[in-house]
Design a protein around this ligand. Sequence first.
Ligand code: AMP
Ligand code: ZN
Ligand code: FE
Ligand code: FE
Length: 281
Amino acid sequence: MFADLHLHTHFSDGTFSPEEVVARGRQAGLVALALTDHDTVEGCARMTAACAAAQIEFIPGAELTAEYEGIELHILGYFIDTKNPKLLRELARFQIVRQNRIREMVARLNERNVPLQADAVFALANCRAPGRPHVARALVQAGHCATHDEAFERFLKKDRPAWVPKAKMSALEAIELIHQAGGLAVMAHPALNRADHLISNLASAGLDGLECFHTKHSASAIKRYRAFAEQFHLLVTGGSDCHGLSKGKPLIGTVKLAYEHVEKLHAAKKQRAVGVAALPN
Ligand code: AMP
Ligand code: ZN
Ligand code: FE
Ligand code: FE
């Protein structure tokens, strides 16, 4: 029995609807799925219904853009209450940051004589948490770039002409935000962030888990992060980080997390709930 705990839909920068994600997950034989759209939980209601219909377990989640000591980190929240007021307030704040950043990226493109309009990007994104992949798709659609990758290479990668830094919450705030919404906080794809030296501090600050299995993790990276997880008593998670068709082949099901890790997440979630109930008022 296997799970995929890192998935995106068109509510952020994936191309699949929640229903398509679930249908593909079912085809791949997965028994549990988590939705982890960037800075939004809007897709979770439809994922809940689609998973129930397909008899697949669903874990509501989100992937929060955060930073710690100047390094960008993605913090996954699992089992979060998707109606938690503070969580929704903070997500709304960072969605505005994302929307303003799109306008800024388009302005920079315009300065370079690339005549793209912000409204074209917003129309294509059709979501509250737009990001660089939407700008890339708009550039391809308008014929300014041949491919998504070319758009990143020429304009959107860090320090390229249309790259705009993004204001982020601190990783400590992200962990706290997830906890107060009843969730577990997991550091996403650590091999992509060069932040191994931060894991110890984040674990002390309450980080619950480490995403050891990820599409871009080599066998040696998996081994390395499983050792870190053991050393710092962190849960082990994994997922494909499928963005639908935006990066070519859909990745859902290509990273298979053994279900025993999902059981450990459940146990930790239960323990956290007991701990919170036992706190003095
Ligand atoms: P953003 O949240 O707007 O900074 O965009 C991040 C998204 O862009 C992630 O889903 C990445 O997978 C994607 N991305 C980041 N860098 C690249 C790159 N060099 N080529 C293609 N996609 C990228
Ligand atoms: Zn993404
Ligand atoms: Fe990420
Ligand atoms: Fe992701």
